[in-house]
Design a protein around this ligand. Structure first.
Ligand code: XMP
Length: 320
């Protein structure tokens, strides 16, 4: 749309004037908002922008590589990209922790620590870039439902920890669909721009009980299969959010003539207007059966698959 093209050109120009030869730092999650913010900044100030991408080991399958392929040295943008492979650090911190709020706190705090360390290495930056969009501004103003029910982990909480002069939030007056239009206009791959929301704490809030590297591998593989089959069935564009989660339940099953004692995967798919309420999606039974049989056959240590039809409320969208 013309409006969003104008927005992009105008914003790049304004950022260039404002920042001049200053240096900017961006915490890049690979989500739509921080990606679009990063590209706007990159077009405005090029190499004076550094993007730090923290792989906390709780990303979807192959996501770290996808982000690196777009923003890293082989991608189309002329920016400094730092990928921090902090997986083991997060797993060590999460070992033995089962309480959901505690897991969120650990992930959020460790994220800030890792980011802060990288920021220190880079030295004084003038501007910190954030992908805040209009609904974030409104929600934090009102306190928001999520603020009281669970502690939200977003990159929004960083400023206190990093030495910088000013925050830049080029998307603060845009809604999500507008951010997506800007992203497509800027040439960010559709795979990145059109994707469903993914929470900051990542798979940490899709694994019940203790988070371990093995459980992460199980959820990643099951989730990749579910997403692939949703796309094959043409349901990916019409479904608000859908993913696999790992229940902490193990039960007896049979595979060939062997007894198994393995995990149960839960699938979740919801449609929602504002993520405050949500309804489960009526996925056609053949799709569910296909996903189930693929997960059981392709992902080791899973012997059951459930489909969660709970709406929100009383459930939440995530599975923690
Ligand atoms: P719930 O589970 O509260 O999720 O029904 C509502 C929406 O919020 C997302 N979500 C988060 N997003 N940081 C995020 O950036 C978080 O800590 C977080 N927790 C939940 C969730 O994916 C859903 O879209």
């Amino acid at each position: 749309s013309w409006k969003m093209e104008d927005f992009a050109q105008k914003t790049i120009q304004e950022l260039r004037e404002k920042i001049g030869d200053g240096k900017a730092l961006c915490a890049l999650s690979g989500g739509v908002d921080s990606s679009v913010a990063a590209v706007l900044l990159s077009q405005a100030i090029g190499k004076n922008l550094t993007c730090v991408f923290v792989d906390h080991g709780l990303l979807r399958k192959d996501e770290g590589d996808l982000v690196e392929s777009v923003f890293g040295p082989d991608g189309p943008y002329d920016l400094n990209f730092i990928r921090v492979n902090a997986q083991q650090r997060f797993y060590d911190k999460l070992a033995g922790v089962t309480e959901p709020e505690k897991k969120r706190k650990i992930i959020g705090e460790e994220f800030i620590r890792v980011f802060e360390e990288e920021a220190k290495k880079i030295g004084a930056v003038d501007y910190l870039v954030q992908g805040t969009i209009y609904p974030d501004v409104v929600e934090s103003g009102l306190g928001g439902e999520s603020a009281t029910i669970k502690s939200h982990h977003n990159v929004g909480g960083l400023p206190d920890y990093v030495d910088f002069k000013e925050i830049v939030e080029p998307l603060r007056y845009l809604f999500k669909d507008e951010v997506r239009k800007v992203g497509l206009h800027l040439g960010i791959p559709e795979k990145l721009v059109m994707r469903q929301p993914f929470p900051g704490p990542g798979l940490g809030i899709r694994i019940i009980g203790e988070v371990t590297a093995e459980k992460v591998r199980i959820v990643q593989d099951a989730d990749a299969i579910f997403r692939e089959e949703m796309a094959n069935a043409g349901l990916d564009k019409t479904t608000g959010q859908y993913f696999a989660a790992l229940t902490n339940m193990r039960s007896v099953g049979v595979m060939g003539d062997e007894r198994t004692y393995d995990y149960a995967i839960a699938l979740r798919a919801v449609n929602t207007v504002d993520f405050m309420t949500a309804d489960s999606v009526e996925i056609p039974y053949p799709v569910l059966k296909k996903v189930t049989s693929r997960i059981i056959n392709e992902v080791s240590h899973v012997n059951r698959v459930f489909y969660d039809i709970t709406s929100k409320p009383p459930g939440t969208i995530e599975f923690e």
